[in-house]
Ligand binder design. Structure first.
Ligand SMILES: [Ca+2]
Ligand SMILES: [Ca+2]
Ligand SMILES: [Ca+2]
Ligand SMILES: [Ca+2]
Length: 568
């Protein structure tokens, strides 16, 4: 098997692009030899090292999981108000066991003084298998964030004991069973959401493809064996586990319609596509159509085609990697971004507010800006606090370093700054990302790590040091963070929609801990306010149906908002 079985860039499109007009994008990132650290760049990050290096157990056989590892979670594991960092890690690819500490997942506690201290062993979070996904959510509403870890043939649910330690409760929870039809599954993503509005977070597990180390296909290209195209493997279904409230979960994948839609799932974004009071889930599938699972309260209807988000505008299958969905144009409805490999572009779908979406990849400038880039994790946040949410993208190619002479395997990260009016500009070296060598970046999560009101980024990378990017954007813009505390709704407030109004206008966001690729962020909801010092109105739509309003709120603070009516 050669050539077409290997995962190749979509080169035809790339060639057309180079000939007809694309010097701009080619000037980006690793292509620019000299770093221009433009002091005027509105979004800037500085690199901070952290003592973690993902070991993906890369072998000459090029087993598929080796190139897919690497989730990140940003969450406050010990409720001291400071966001901590968790990385998932690989294992020996043949045994799928973490037979050495170099494969341990790692938890780093934020000491509030700029240091991240490894507390993995005390916390009991090192894991056992080949792990990818991490999804943070307080499934038992005790006020402490719990951690779901998904991986190859093996998922783990950790209950946060509230004293700095976690307990593996997977067995009791019933989350770690082999599928009767598909056998052991390989999870790359997980998302917590309360699908049936009983105040208990349910778990949607995003499964990738059917992989078996004993039957790895052989795919050659660029003169050597490398990772295969996903078409060489069969699709698998995603799973929905309903939280029964007694520490147990029930597999309701069939009843909720998921069994009818197997795929090669990679990313998941939770949001309300049509404001019917229920959270929907957009799922990217690798080289297959994307799914939009519309939540009716009893089941998920797959409406990707009807909503216009199943494919790129030209109908071409792309390597749908991570995704995020938040309101990019401040019209009150969440828009969708996903990322893919070099030559495929990073598609953006603009929500029309009526349950439909328009492909804005070309009109937003994203097609031109992203065509030569490969991405894994897109994370939407307002990094320069100007009131327009921007898009960070962790970048890298799926292929091994042996392919580096032919394709750009290692890449620098990029942030796409929102210029308003659904237009973007790409900042790579300008934002500081070229200050360290390029890498095969994978999962990423965001949150304000140092409490200065600017949203920071944490990135995992294959066989390379993980990266903490501290946001140093100039501008002295004002901001507000809202920390939700559900009472009738789930404690995390996942599914809550928030509208704020200040002198410059209205902004919208919602609570979802799913982040980019294989990652999770349980940070507070963050708004940039530009020059506005006061928020005139905050309107909070809780999943319980309660609408809460606050007025004349000062900026530059983390505001904790508890849902009215404490009775459960
Ligand atoms: Ca903490
Ligand atoms: Ca908990
Ligand atoms: Ca529920
Ligand atoms: Ca912005």
């Amino acid at each position: 098997m050669i050539g077409s079985h290997l995962r190749q860039p979509f080169s035809t499109l790339l060639i057309v692009f180079i000939v007809f007009g694309g010097c701009t994008a080619l000037g980006l990132g690793q292509n620019s030899s000299k770093q221009k650290f433009d002091k005027a760049a509105p979004i800037q990050f500085s690199y901070q090292a952290i003592d973690f290096k993902l070991d993906n157990s890369e072998t000459p056989e090029r087993h598929a999981p080796e190139t897919m590892a690497g989730g990140v979670a940003v969450f406050d594991y010990n409720n001291d108000g400071r966001l901590d960092i968790y990385f998932t890690n690989g294992a020996d690819i043949r045994s799928l066991k973490k037979d050495s500490p170099r494969y341990y997942n790692r938890l780093f506690e934020n000491d509030g003084k700029g240091h991240f201290v490894d507390v993995t062993e005390k916390a009991g979070l090192w894991g056992t298998g080949y792990d990818d996904a991490v999804a943070v959510g307080d499934y038992d509403n005790d006020g402490y964030e719990d951690v779901f870890v998904g991986g190859v043939y093996h998922n783990t649910l950790y209950h946060n004991n509230g004293n700095g330690t976690f307990t593996d409760v997977s067995e009791r929870a019933g989350l770690n069973k082999s599928d009767p039809e598909f056998g052991p599954l390989w999870a790359i993503g997980g998302i917590w959401l309360d699908v049936n509005e009983d105040g208990l977070l349910d778990l949607l597990v995003i499964n990738y493809l059917k992989w078996d180390s004993a039957h790895e296909p052989v795919c050659e290209g660029y003169g050597h064996r490398d990772y295969c195209h996903p078409k060489m493997y069969k699709p698998t279904p995603n799973q929905l586990f309903l939280n029964l409230g007694n520490g147990k979960f029930k597999d309701v994948s069939a009843e909720w319609g998921l069994r009818a839609h197997p795929g090669k799932g990679m990313g998941a974004a939770g949001f309300e596509s049509d404001h019917n009071g229920r959270m929907d889930v957009f799922v990217t599938n690798d080289k297959e159509v994307n799914y939009l699972f519309h939540n009716t309260g009893r089941k998920f209807d797959e409406v990707g085609f009807r909503a216009g988000v199943s494919l790129r505008e030209d109908g071409i299958f792309i390597s749908g990697m991570g995704t995020d969905a938040r309101d990019l144009d401040n019209d009150g409805f969440a828009d969708i971004v996903l990322v893919a490999l070099d030559g495929e572009t990073f598609p953006i779908y603009r929500n029309d507010g009526k349950g439909g979406f328009t492909d804005a990849t070309e009109s937003s400038g994203m097609a031109r800006l992203s065509l030569s880039l490969g991405g894994y994790s897109p994370n939407i946040a307002d990094f320069d606090n100007d009131g327009w949410k921007d898009i960070f993208v962790s970048r890298g190619h799926v292929q091994s370093l042996l392919s580096a002479p032919t394709i750009k395997v290692e890449q620098h990260n990029t942030v796409f700054r929102n210029l308003g009016g659904f237009r973007f500009e790409a900042l790579t070296s300008e934002a500081g990302f070229s200050s360290i060598p390029p890498s095969r970046h994978r999962g990423a999560a965001v949150g304000d790590l140092n409490g200065d009101g600017l949203v920071d980024v944490v990135v995992n990378a294959l066989a390379a040091p993980a990266e903490v990017w501290i946001n140093r954007s100039p501008g002295e813009h004002h901001w507000l963070e809202i920390k939700l505390q559900g009472t009738r709704s789930n404690r995390d407030g996942i599914g809550t929609r928030v509208k704020i109004v200040s002198a410059s206008g209205a902004q919208y966001d919602h609570k979802s801990n799913a982040a980019g690729y294989a990652s999770s962020s349980a940070a507070s909801i963050h708004f940039g306010l530009g020059k506005d010092k006061t928020i005139n109105l905050i309107e909070i739509h809780w999943p319980s149906g309660t609408i809460q309003t606050l007025t004349d709120v000062p900026s530059n603070q983390v505001l904790t908002v508890k849902e009215p009516d404490a009775k459960r």
